[in-house]
Design a protein around this ligand. Sequence first.
Ligand code: NAD
Ligand code: UGA
Length: 465
Amino acid sequence: MKKIASICCIGAGYVGGPTMSVIANKCPHIKVTVVDINEKRIKQWNQDDVSKLPVYESGLPEIVKETRGRNLFFSTAIDEAIDEADMIFISVNTPTKTYGKGKGLAADLKYIELCARNIARVAKTDKIVVEKSTLPVRTAEAIKSILHNTGNHVNFEILSNPEFLAEGTAIDDLLDADRVLIGGDDTPSGKEAKNLLSSIYENWLPKERILQTNVWSSELSKLVANAFLAQRVSSINSISALCEKTDANIDEVANAIGYDSRIGPKFLKSSVGFGGSCFQKDILNLVYIAKTFGLNEVADYWEQVIIMNNYQKTRFSDHMISTMFNTVAGKKIVFYGWAFKKDTNDTRESAAIHVADLLMEEQANIVVYDPQVSEERIYMDMDYLGTRSEAENRNLLTVTSDYMEATKDAHAIAILTEWDEFKTYDWAQIHKNMLKPAFVFDGRRILDTKHMKDLGFDFYKIGES
Ligand code: NAD
Ligand code: UGA
C-alpha cells in the first residue's frame, strides 16, 4: 500500500480548520495544507495570536500553536497544494440553493463542482479525493464524472468521509469520535483508498470505530444522522408547548423518557429552536431528494421537523409580545446570546436572528450581548434576511459589550443562547436596573424559576407554565 505524505484540504471553515488541525497534530509524518479562496480567513488562521483564530473552539488554539508551521499550513495557494497532495479533502460550504431548480431545498453544489474542476485542471499525479462536506446522496457521481474526463491519465479515487463534529465541542468530538465513516468503491483501488484514509484516523482512534461502506450509504448516513438529531429536538420542543398548557415540566418529562435506554438522555433539551448551518439545510436536502424520487410521504414526514422548529421560534416571540401587554413598540429588550449554541462564535440559522426579526417587525428596540459574536456579524445576519433596510436594522438593534449596563431601563431580557456565564450574573442587580414589571424570557432553560421569581422577575421559561 502506498503512503500518504501530503494532504490538502480545500475550505478553511468550521470543519476544514479544526479537522485538519487535529489530523496534522496526530500525524506529524503528514504535511497538511488547508487552502481557501478567502484571503482574510487564511490570514486569520496564520496570525500569531492564536486566541483570535476565525473559529472559536475550546482546545483549538493549543493544537494550532503546536502544529502550525511544523506540518500544518494555511494558504491561498490552492493549485500548489492540490498539485503536491496525495489526498485532497473537499470541505467547502454546501448551502441551500437560493435560485433556480430546487431553490430553498436542494444543496447548492457550485462550490463543490468548482473544486472538482480545479483538481481536474491541476492534478498531474494520482489523487484520492475525499468528500468531507455534507453532500446529497450520489454527489460523488458528479465529482467522478468531472475527474474521470480530464484526459490527462491521472487516476482519481473518490471517497465520502462526512464529518460528525458539533461546534463548541469540535476538538473533543474529533479526538474521541463515536465513529468515522468512510464510503468508497469496492474495487481493489477503492478498497486501497478506504484503507489509506482509515490508516490516518487509526493514528488516534480504535479501528473498530472506523466504518467502511459504499459511497452512497456514507453520503446518505450523514444527512440521516442530522435529520434524526434535529427530529429529537423538534419532538421535545413540540412537547414543551404542551407542558406550558398542562403544568407538566419539560425537563422532568425529558428526564423520565430519557431513562429508557431505548430512548436515551441526549438531545432532549427543549429550547427556543435549533439553529446552526446544517440541521435545516440537511433536512431540506433530504426532503428534496425524497421528492425527486416521488417519495412525497417521506418528504412530508421530515419537513415537519423544520415546521415544528419554525413554530417554536415564532411561539417564543409571540409569547414575549403577548406577555408584554401585546405591544413591544419602543420597548428595550436585551438579548443575552446570539450564537446558535454556547461555546461557538457561529451564528448561522441561530434562533436569535429569527426572534429578533419578529420583534423588530413590532418596532421593539433590541440590545444584543454575546460573549463571542462580533457586532459586524450580528448586523450581517440581520441584513442578510432582507426584511428591512440596513439603516433600519441599525436603528432598531444595537450591540453591546456590557451585559450589565444594557439592562438599565430595559423592559425585558430574552435568553437566546445557553452561555454558562449568564447563570453567574448578579440577577438581583439586574432586577434593580430594569423597568418594572421586569420580564425575563428564558429560551434555554438555564435559570432557576423559583430564584428568579423570588427576586421579583416576571419570569417565563420555555416548557413550563
Ligand atoms: P464554512 O462556510 O465555515 O467553510 C467553507 C470554506 O470553504 C469557506 O471559508 C469558503 O471560503 C471556502 N471555499 C468555498 N469554495 C471554495 C473554493 N472553490 N476553493 C477554496 N475554498 C472555497 O463551512 P463549514 O461549516 O466548514 O462546512 C463545510 C461543510 O461541512 C458543509 O458541507 C457542512 O454541511 C459540513 N459540516 C459542517 C459542520 C459544522 O459544524 N459547521 C459539521 C459537519 C459537517
Ligand atoms: C450538528 C450535529 O450535532 C453534528 O453531529 C453535525 O456534524 C453537525 O450538526 C453538522 O453537520 O453541521 P451542531 O449544529 O454544531 O452539530 O450543534 P448541535 O449540538 O447539534 O446543536 C444544533 C442545534 O440544536 C443548536 O441550536 C442547539 O442549541 C440545539 N439543540 C441541541 C437543542 O435545542 N436541544 C438539544 O437537546 C440539542
